[in-house]
Design a protein around this ligand. Sequence first.
Ligand SMILES: Nc1ncnc2c1ncn2[C@@H]1O[C@H](COP(=O)(O)OP(=O)(O)O)[C@@H](O)[C@H]1O
Ligand SMILES: [Mg+2]
Length: 371
Amino acid sequence: MTSSRLSVHYVNSGASITSRTTGSPRLSTHANGESDTVLIAKKLSSLSLTEREEKQHALDRLEMLKTVGTGSYGHVLVVRDRETSTYYALKIFSITHVVHSRQTEHVKSEKEILSAIKHPFIVRLYWTHHSDQFLYMLFDYLPGGELFSYMRRKGTFDLKTSLFYICEIILAFEYLHSLQIIYRDLKPENILLDAEGHSKVVDFGFAKKILNKTFTTCGTPDYLSPELFKNTGHNKSTDWWSLGILLFEMLTGGTPFNPNQNESEIPGRVLAGRITWPRTIDEQTKAFIKKLLIQNPDKRLGAGRNGSREIKEQPIFASIRWDDVYARKSKPPIVPAVKHPGDTSCFDQYPEDWRSAPFASDKELDLFADF
Ligand SMILES: Nc1ncnc2c1ncn2[C@@H]1O[C@H](COP(=O)(O)OP(=O)(O)O)[C@@H](O)[C@H]1O
Ligand SMILES: [Mg+2]
């Protein structure tokens, strides 16, 4: 089986990853003589202590069962709560590795964004925690595995199957964009199936809350939009570009700008905008993908004032009832062969080598004091 493609993060000129600012706020003195600083410090320490104790307790209750995924920066294990017998996915990062690979802000942003959102097609985060070695994030366990595995196993999907996932992802993106969040790492490795076969977007490492444009180039080469290669700033439109790439990949088994499986060719091909269209893609679908792969992000489908509505109203979705999609009433085309909630048979095998991470320095730990 072809292995998953790793996400990359480039630090461009004009963009950098800044570390946490540690300046303390100026506080006034309280009328009873005890300064606000002292009062707040007391309140914070007692709060965070109980909170931390509770989370440590929750972590101690977890039985670490098996690694189900590794990515560029994290390691994901299926775990079982010994008290409730519920299965979860625990994402673990080595603190030292995160800091050294300059992912501190991305990991923090992953936590912040996921803590603030809830959607039927987005993975749910329960809590985060840290030790002197690792950062932990506890998620719903999605036993169906990666959409990527099904795509590689089947070679190609038919249009109906492809549109099932595309519709659920459109709703997830519509929701994120309504909160001014861009996702930036769409690819089938980051779309998981739940036990029934519905989609869940995972991996918010590159998601970002933006006001207008942002400049740091990150994502996965096959899925990067022209504005990301040009470093002219990008916005929500970049997610719609990646949706076009995903639909093309589902239908053909390969991405449009990497026909020779040679990453160094991708930027040139993306910027030239030349695609070889296989005959198997019908005209309506081709027209839809072409509108998502418009070079100019401001002219791309979804970039207009009506945003995602413009996409949902395309002829290709004429028979789609969007309320039913949201209510998870569409029938999943693939029902994962999951025998019990902790079944890991839909995932590949990975080495269980995550425990060997080094201990973090005090300086590194300080960066994650409130994680
Ligand atoms: N909630 C989950 N349930 C089951 N598997 C998961 C879950 N979250 C992630 N995974 C698996 O772990 C892999 C890596 O997780 P991801 O969040 O994408 O991390 P990375 O940023 O390292 O790519 C995913 O591609 C998937 O196979
Ligand atoms: Mg990932």
